[in-house]
Design a binder for this molecule. Structure first.
Ligand SMILES: C[S@@+](CC[C@H](N)C(=O)[O-])C[C@H]1O[C@@H](n2cnc3c(N)ncnc32)[C@H](O)[C@@H]1O
Length: 208
């Protein structure tokens, strides 16, 4: 299972956000423009670095070690996978999936389960490393040296948009940031609409 490494090194993953504060801030700024109010779930909540600042009430993750940290951040957590959500249909106003689609076993099943558990007009907000961006290409090149990204399968935003459409979602909006390599990113990183060039892309889609 790809989540094993997060179970072994959850604290190390969490520390990355402190060591790369400018990157984290840029990602938060991108999500902030698209996030939605209401009852929310984060799939692959990890240590809660996105769920906490955006007041996402529920989180699911297969890794108990990651969940231990997100629980401390006051998120109601449950152990499980995005492919089999232990929630009733039409439970949530929005679902957040941050840097997790590249780690799940079956993206299509995760989208299907998101569709089932979202309310009508519910929103799915996804943050991705854009495979086709300069940063995505850097990550891909050095993937084998990273204990976390070694297990990742990066996608292009276009591929995710295609899968969203096939799963019945309507694409609404997007943001992109991280146009340079991580070492060159400082506070005030550019944030733009669209998804074609940024290393970090946020896509927002609706269940109509
Ligand atoms: C890169 S981390 C991201 C964590 C958090 N969203 C963040 O951005 O800090 C990926 C997370 O996905 C979780 N994960 C792996 N496979 C999963 C699956 N099938 N369903 C849900 N989460 C999964 C991992 O355990 C890990 O916590």
């Amino acid at each position: 299972m790809k989540s094993k490494i997060f179970d072994q090194s959850g604290q190390e993953y969490d520390k990355w956000y402190e060591e790369n504060e400018s990157v984290y801030k840029a990602e938060l700024n991108a999500v902030r423009e698209l996030i939605s109010p209401g009852k929310g779930l984060e799939i692959g909540v990890g240590t809660g670095r996105f769920a906490q600042p955006f007041h996402v009430e529920f989180g699911i993750d297969p890794s108990l070690n990651m969940l231990r940290l997100s629980k401390k951040r006051n998120i109601s957590v449950v152990q499980g996978k995005g492919e089999e959500l232990p929630f009733k249909k039409e439970s949530f106003h929005f679902i957040l999936i941050m840097v997790t689609l590249c780690f799940v076993d079956d993206v299509v099943e995760v989208l299907k389960e998101s569709m089932r558990t979202l309310k009508k007009n519910g929103l799915l907000i996804m943050g991705l490393i854009n495979k086709n961006s300069p940063l995505g290409k850097d990550y891909e090149k050095s993937r084998q040296q990273s204990k976390f990204y070694k297990h990742a399968h990066f996608f292009s935003p276009e591929k995710i948009l295609k899968l969203l459409k096939e799963s019945g979602f309507t694409f609404i909006d997007s943001r992109q940031t991280l146009f340079r390599s991580p070492g060159k990113i400082n506070d005030g990183e550019t944030l733009k609409k669209g998804y074609n060039k940024g290393g970090f892309v946020v896509l927002k889609a609706k269940k109509v």
